[in-house]
Design a protein. Structure first.
Length: 289
């Protein structure tokens, strides 16, 4: 993760003056710079998320032809699987496309984790001696002159157990509660079909949040808010792409011809019932149901 943390540290160093000048709304400028960097990472991954979403729309179009394939192949599950895989390949659609986003984001977040851990390394005098940022920078001098990172009345380097049972625990518990609540909102689509996975995600989020420094908890809250906010946008992108493809007679005809090539009896299939250019658009969410 050090390889990724070094360029992220450079970005954090460049963002520090902006966070320092803005006052960071009462937060330590180091936290403000880290929050800006996290948002930049998420915005950088947004084009890939849009591309993945559009690929998913093509997948939904292909799925609308699969019932005909299943009827033709009957009990030949192996032949059906080969035909579906071949159609997806020819359409440049792959169910694993969604993994590309994770392959891009996860290493970045891992480097971000290493960077933030490096920021809180302490010197022999108790002040911070951060890694990954230049020692002659204003950010380094700021950290090297303080022993605690306070934001909104909370020491960002402490975990909830380290705070202890006292009145000071209240803001930390609020951060913990916000994290778990936002995680519940994120896994809501999976709750019906993949309830065990959703439960594991929520419980894991609670455990990790309870044991992590509040620095990471607050960033997790901000990250969850960003991800929840982008869901309606990506749904609109998918719906527009699905409608565009569905109303494109050339594309639908090419898919129909492609499916015909893999039917056992070679009967040319027709587009799904009710289709006509400009009419019969199906909401992609209906296909999942």
């Amino acid at each position: 993760m050090t390889v990724i943390a070094v360029p992220l540290g450079l970005c954090l160093w460049l963002l520090f003056p902006l966070a320092d000048a803005s006052g960071s709304l009462g937060a330590d400028p180091v936290f403000g710079a880290a929050l800006l960097l996290l948002l930049l990472v998420r915005f950088a991954s947004l084009p890939l998320a849009i591309r993945t979403t559009r690929k998913a729309a093509r997948m939904d179009i292909a799925k609308s032809f699969f019932p005909r394939l299943r009827k033709q192949y009957g009990s030949d599950r192996e032949g059906l699987s080969r035909a579906i895989m071949a159609i997806q390949r020819d359409l440049n659609v792959n169910p694993l496309n969604s993994c590309l986003l994770a392959l891009f984001v996860v290493p970045l977040l891992g480097g971000f984790w290493a960077l933030l851990k490096g920021l809180t390394i302490r010197s022999e005098t108790g002040t911070f001696a951060p890694r990954f940022i230049p020692e002659d920078s204003a950010m380094y001098r700021h950290l090297n002159s303080i022993t605690d990172l306070y934001t909104w009345g909370m020491d960002l380097t402490l975990t909830v157990p380290e705070v202890g049972l006292c009145a000071r625990l209240t803001p930390y518990l609020l951060g913990l509660t916000a994290t778990v609540a936002l995680q519940c909102v994120q896994v809501r689509p999976q709750w019906r079909q993949h309830r065990p996975v959703a439960v594991i995600l929520v419980v894991g989020s609670f455990g990790a949040t309870y044991l992590l420094p509040i620095f990471f908890v607050l960033l997790k809250v901000a990250d969850s808010i960003f991800l929840i906010a982008q869901v309606p946008f990506l749904k609109r992108v998918k719906r527009r792409e699905f409608t565009r493809l569905r109303n494109d007679p050339v594309f639908m005809a090419s898919v129909a011809e492609l499916v015909a090539d893999y039917l056992p009896n070679q009967d040319p299939p027709q587009p799904p019932h009710g289709h006509s250019p400009g009419r019969g658009a199906v909401d992609p969410d209906d296909l999942h149901r």
